[in-house]
Design a protein around this ligand. Structure first.
Ligand SMILES: Cc1ncc(COP(=O)(O)O)c(C=O)c1O
Length: 287
């Protein structure tokens, strides 16, 4: 059975799923998106992702195309039709289709909604996590509203390509003061040389990761503390451990930064444990 996509009220074969050439998402990146990880065919961290979606839309004055309840039903139906158990659901909402003009269409148009679902081979994902991944660093060059999850991802695209060409999986943006902001599609963490968990605070110009948020709760339940304070790439390579979080990565150990080992160059025990605890929590809470 082939993949099925959702486009503006219709479920269609993936290969025939199209939007209009004057969709503002396509022409102007005037669109937001969300990504849910799927466990047992259910949406992980559902409320957090819905809340961030609503916030991203509100910040850009794009209307929520339907109620959260109705959207939940559509997302679930997309998962069901694709018969996906473990995987990823992608939702994109653009301001809609209108003759090309930078300013908002007046009168307004209906937002466009696109949903795709893909399966992930859990065994391959776990094998990757057991090996850990490398990251490279790159200069922060994004706009000032990285808290909004827009499809304007060109700096992230270029950063990921740089990582790929270096044989790495992720790129960490580094700001003018020399501190890591976040990854191209993940939040960045270390267990510093004093053994303290550290990650950038969300007052910085970063995406407020939902996986990050849930993991903070998991960590608190373990009686551990997190220092929401920036770190440099040098502190990352001097750290005991490093890892990234995101709906795709979940909690993924980082074993090298710019070719320099983190710790002994193998996934750290705390990152490995937090990955297990996060997955348990996400699976149990998925809806
Ligand atoms: C730039 C960026 N930071 C962080 C994240 C992690 O966010 P979440 O945990 O909500 O997936 C993502 C996820 O795609 C991202 O694109």
């Amino acid at each position: 059975m082939g993949r099925i996509a959702y486009v503006n009220g219709r479920f269609v074969p993936h290969g025939q799923a199209v939007v209009h050439i004057e969709d503002r998402g396509y022409q102007l990146a005037d669109a937001v998106y969300e990504v849910w990880s799927l466990f047992d065919g259910r949406l992980a961290d559902a409320d957090g992702h819905f809340a961030r979606l609503e916030r991203s839309l509100a910040e850009l004055a794009i209307a929520m195309p339907m109620s959260r309840r109705a959207l939940t039903l559509v997302l679930r139906e997309a998962v069901r039709r694709n018969r996906v158990s473990d995987g990823i659901l992608y939702l994109q909402i653009s301001r809609g289709v209108a003759p090309r003009d930078h300013a908002f269409p007046n009168p307004g148009v209906r937002p466009s909604v696109v949903i795709t679902v893909k399966s992930l081979a859990r065994a391959a994902v776990e094998a990757k996590a057991a090996k850990g991944v490398s990251v490279v660093t790159t200069s922060e060059n994004r706009w000032g509203r990285c808290d909004i999850k827009t499809v304007g991802l060109l700096p992230n695209v270029l950063a990921k390509q740089k990582a790929k060409e270096a044989g790495a999986s992720e790129a960490w943006f580094v700001d003018d003061l020399g501190f890591v902001t976040e990854g191209a599609s993940s939040n960045a963490w270390i267990v510093d040389s004093d053994g303290r968990l550290r990650t950038r605070d969300t007052n910085a110009n970063i995406l407020r990761g939902i996986t990050r948020h849930t993991l903070l709760r998991v960590i608190a339940e373990q009686g551990l503390e997190v220092d929401e304070r920036p770190f440099t790439p040098a502190e990352a390579t001097a750290a005991k451990e490093a890892f990234i979080t995101g709906a795709g990565a979940l909690v993924l150990p980082v074993i090298a930064v710019d070719g320099r080992k983190v710790g002994d160059g193998a996934p750290g025990p705390l990152a490995t444990k937090l990955r297990r605890l996060y997955i348990e929590r996400a699976r149990a809470g998925a809806v």
